[in-house]
Design a protein around this ligand. Structure first.
Ligand SMILES: NC(=O)c1ccc[n+]([C@@H]2O[C@H](COP(=O)([O-])OP(=O)(O)OC[C@H]3O[C@@H](n4cnc5c(N)ncnc54)[C@H](OP(=O)(O)O)[C@@H]3O)[C@@H](O)[C@H]2O)c1
Length: 264
């Protein structure tokens, strides 16, 4: 897979940072974004240390105009990785009331996890459509969905819905764009040790380090997978669970604790 020029959102932390580092090497240019300038500068320094040319932009992926400017100005792109994301679950219900997500949190999760991916993918497609094919491919785009896309869970309703939308959107478009030379991949990964999961207070089967996740993501994207899935058994379990009657799934998941909210 050619990696002369790679663009990563959410590069200031976790999986995005690990992907940026995995792509950093002499002769390669990285376009990296995040919101936190100090964390982004830290990733920038680490990637420069590996010999890459690095350009950073502090921005919010929900800002459509800023994303259009940034990606439109980046020049030719071999690989675009949409990693920026936000998680959160419902508050504990007051006596006699359903536990529910804060309204602002719901809107923010959709704005970052869904609009943010659209704001990344559409300008990336526009750039790549003008690029020549190398080995049949003009460019590759991957967004991090989640195993949470595969089954409804009361522990993170808006998060799961945002990831399901990202996964379905990318996979539905995959065949048509592949024929036009643009490869789309949805990454349905399980638990990864990052800031997002550090305050989860429930078992996280199969949790892995971010650099291992980055290796698996890049391997799947290089292989041209429409959906990159790991660990396979967690994803398969979620898909199988989704085939059960909703009442059974509700009974199995009703006691799941909510995902810890993140700062918005
Ligand atoms: N960790 C897991 O177990 C897991 C599992 C499945 C899927 N995922 C997905 O993987 C992706 C990366 O998450 P992570 O685990 O690496 O979490 P993380 O360490 O919290 O990193 C999240 C990244 O997204 C950026 N971000 C958040 N909101 C943003 C916004 N509005 N505009 C621009 N950037 C924003 C953060 O920037 P700042 O540093 O500037 O805040 C940070 O770089 C997310 O899409 C997440 O949903 C994670």
């Amino acid at each position: 897979m050619r990696l002369t020029s790679t663009l990563v959102t959410g590069a200031s932390s976790g999986i995005g940072r690990a992907l940026a580092l995995a792509c950093a090497a002499p002769g390669r240019t990285l376009h990296l974004s995040g919101r936190d300038p100090a964390r982004l500068a830290d990733t920038e320094a680490a990637c420069r240390g590996r010999g890459a040319t690095v350009r950073t932009r502090t921005l919010d992926v929900a800002d459509r105009a800023a994303m259009q400017d940034w990606i439109g100005d980046a020049g030719p792109l071999d690989l675009v990785l949409a990693c920026a994301g936000l998680s959160g679950g419902p508050r504990r219900g007051e006596a006699g009331r359903a536990r529910q997500e804060d309204a602002e949190q719901i809107r923010r999760i959709f704005a970052v996890n869904l609009d943010g991916v659209v704001n990344t993918v559409l300008p990336a497609i526009a750039s790549m459509q003008a690029q020549d094919r190398v080995d049949g491919v003009r460019g590759r785009i991957a967004a991090i969905a989640s195993v949470a896309a595969a089954v409804a869970s009361p522990s993170a309703p808006a998060y799961g819905a945002s990831k399901a939308a990202v996964d379905r959107w990318l996979v539905s478009n995959g065949g048509a764009f592949a024929r036009a030379g643009i490869q789309l991949s949805s990454v349905c990964c399980g638990f990864v040790r990052t800031r997002m999961t550090e305050s989860n207070r429930f078992p996280m089967p199969g949790i892995m380090e971010a650099d291992r996740a980055a290796t698996l993501i890049l391997r799947g994207v290089a292989a041209g997978r429409r959906r990159v899935v790991f660990p396979w058994w967690l994803y398969a379990g979620a898909r199988a669970m989704d085939l059960l009657p909703v009442s059974v799934v509700e009974a199995l998941t009703s006691r799941q604790p909510g995902k810890a909210p993140q700062g918005t």
